[in-house]
Structures are given as C-alpha cells and as structure tokens.
Design a protein around this ligand. Structure first.
Ligand code: FES
Ligand code: FES
Length: 167
C-alpha cells in the first residue's frame, strides 16, 4: 500500500507503483473530476497539484509521489467563502469560461498553480504556464478570468492592509 494525502485527507492506495496517478484518482479514489485526454502529457486535461505544483497525472507514476500532497479539482474550492468557490472559480463563472467543459478542471488546476507562484501574471505568463489544450477555444476567457481572479486577490490584500490585517 502507498500513502498519499489527497485533498487534505490521508489515503492509502493499493495500485501498482507504476500506475499513472490519473487512474488511481479516478478508479481507486473515485475522484472523477480529473479527466483523461491524451495520455501523453500533451493536453493537460489530467492536471492536478503535487506539493502545490501542476503536474500531468497521466504520466505520473503513483509510486513516484508516495507520501506527497495531492490536490485535485474536487479540493480546489474548499477554502473559498462564497459557496465554497475560490476566487478563481468565481472568476470562471463570471466570465462563463467553460463551453463543453471537458478540459476545464485541468485548466483550473494549472491556473491556480500559476497564481500561487505569480499573483499578477501577464498574458505572456499565462500562455507560458497554462499550456492546456481547449478544443472549444476558450483561451481568451481563460486569460480574462485569471486576470479577474488576480485582481480580486490583490483587492482583498489591499483591503486587509487598510483595515489592519486579514481576518
Ligand atoms: S491526459 Fe494527461 S496531458 Fe493529456
Ligand atoms: S471547454 Fe470544451 S475543450 Fe475546453
């Protein structure tokens, strides 16, 4: 058995060590928000976080991340206030980013990893880090939503400074 921490819960998984993380998440842990697209690290549909970094779970053997923290789309909004949605997810709704929606969990995970290390990314930063493929062509809305989420976070920081600290 391998130990993982998935969405802040300790889990034990029995899959072989060379099983891609994607299939452990979907088939063993029933976390089906993470999608299969290409299986060769090209499309990003399977993107999750491992120790806060965006990784493509279709090419990540589960044995290579034993004991590490994994976050999936199911765990993304639990720290947000507005109905459990994060600032990024609220921006996604406001800009109506998803079309068919299939790629979107992977895009959100890539975007949230980007914002965690770069709170005010430029379009060039977004294009460099969020390389997911969207067959519906939502790239302009993805950029707009990331900028909105970045501004919302910046505004919260400014407000907390004005009021004497974050609550
Ligand atoms: S399914 Fe993993 S990158 Fe396409
Ligand atoms: S929203 Fe349809 S593939 Fe991206």
């Amino acid at each position: 058995m391998l130990k993982l921490n998935v969405n802040s819960a300790d889990r034990q998984v029995g899959s072989a060590v060379d099983t891609p993380l994607l299939w452990v998440l979907r088939d063993e842990l029933n976390l089906t928000g993470t999608k299969f697209g290409c299986g060769v690290a090209a499309c990003g549909a399977c993107t999750v976080h491992v120790e806060g970094a965006a990784v493509r779970s279709c090419v990540t053997p589960v044995g290579s991340i034993a004991g590490k923290k994994v976050q999936t789309i199911e765990g993304l909004g639990t720290t947000g206030k507005n109905g459990g949605l994060s600032a990024l997810q609220l921006a996604w709704v406001a800009h109506q980013v998803p079309q068919c929606g299939y790629c979107q969990s992977g895009v959100l995970m890539a975007a949230s990893a980007l914002l965690a290390k770069n709170p005010a990314p430029t379009d060039a930063d977004i294009d460099k880090e969020v390389t997911n493929i969207c067959r519906c062509g939502t790239y302009q809305r993805i950029r707009a939503a990331i900028h909105t989420a970045a501004k919302a976070s910046a505004d919260r920081v400014a407000a907390s400074v004005t009021t004497g600290g974050a609550k």
